[in-house]
Design a protein around this ligand. Structure first.
Ligand SMILES: C[S@@+](CC[C@H](N)C(=O)[O-])C[C@H]1O[C@@H](n2cnc3c(N)ncnc32)[C@H](O)[C@@H]1O
Length: 233
């Protein structure tokens, strides 16, 4: 899928994206985002950038945990950002929303204490470049947190989950959003995504220190954390 097609696809499903997430994950997606926010240990006044922010659920969780944060959301899809803007307004969450590409971020080096990406790394055509861009925006000692799907490693969980991904998700996602190909694409990218060990390796290659990762819900999703070096090379 070309770069222009990905934001168009997300703009098409934007209006029903949250509903589809809640139904397809049985609301687990919320629990996972909350876990990410806890692991990020945000402190009052810190600057947080959420890359591929979509409809802003992670920004909302950050605000709930620590209302004194300064929040930014970046996304390539104007349609997703429009839904996000309306949701943040309704919930009185203040954040700067920027339409732009994670591979060419319109932010200064070292501008953020925390950078996050939830279910977005999978969509980047050049993941390592995306990781480098994110690390570049962290101040020395800042934290990068990634939440992403994967295939469970245990085969007894993996086989039924594969069935769920291939047979159920495209049908139900298509029915809820009117866009079955979008959910076929999402399920395909989950199955093609590198293993957690490979992602952790890529995080180390781009200069992150103390990289850790943990399985969520039996390895359906994984949470990764790494620290920017204390001083720049
Ligand atoms: C699966 S959604 C995840 C949204 C949100 N983070 C969440 O937790 O629900 C992926 C988001 O990444 C955005 N995206 C895809 N490619 C991007 C890129 N190159 N730069 C910025 N955002 C991108 C899409 O528009 C979409 O909103």
């Amino acid at each position: 899928m070309g770069t222009g097609e990905i934001p168009r696809m997300f703009s098409r499903i934007a209006g029903r994206y949250d509903l589809a997430n809640r139904v397809l994950s049985g609301t687990l997606d919320r629990t996972w985002r909350r876990r990410l926010v806890r692991l990020a240990t945000p402190r009052p006044g810190e600057r947080v950038l959420d890359v591929g922010t979509g409809t802003g659920d992670l920004l909302i969780e950050f605000h709930r945990r620590e209302p004194e944060l300064k929040l930014w959301g970046l996304d390539l899809s104007g349609g997703m950002l429009a839904v996000c803007r309306e949701k943040l307004r309704r919930l009185r969450v203040e954040a700067s929303l920027v339409e732009g590409d994670a591979l060419r971020m319109p932010f200064a080096s070292g501008a953020f204490d925390i950078v996050t990406i939830a279910f977005g790394l999978r969509n980047l055509p050049d993941r390592e470049r995306g990781l480098r861009e994110m690390v570049e925006r962290l101040r020395p000692g800042g934290r990068l947190l990634i939440l992403e799907f994967s295939l469970p490693q245990h085969r007894w969980v993996r086989a039924p989950y594969r069935f769920y991904l291939n047979a159920i998700v495209p049908r139900v996602g298509g029915w809820l959003t009117g866009d079955r190909p979008a959910y076929e694409y999402l399920c395909r990218t989950i199955q093609e995504f590198p293993t957690p060990q490979e992602i952790a390796g890529a995080m180390e290659r781009v200069g992150l220190a103390d990289v850790r990762y943990e399985a969520l819900s039996g390895g359906i999703a994984w949470l990764y954390r790494g620290g920017a070096p204390k001083s720049r090379r």
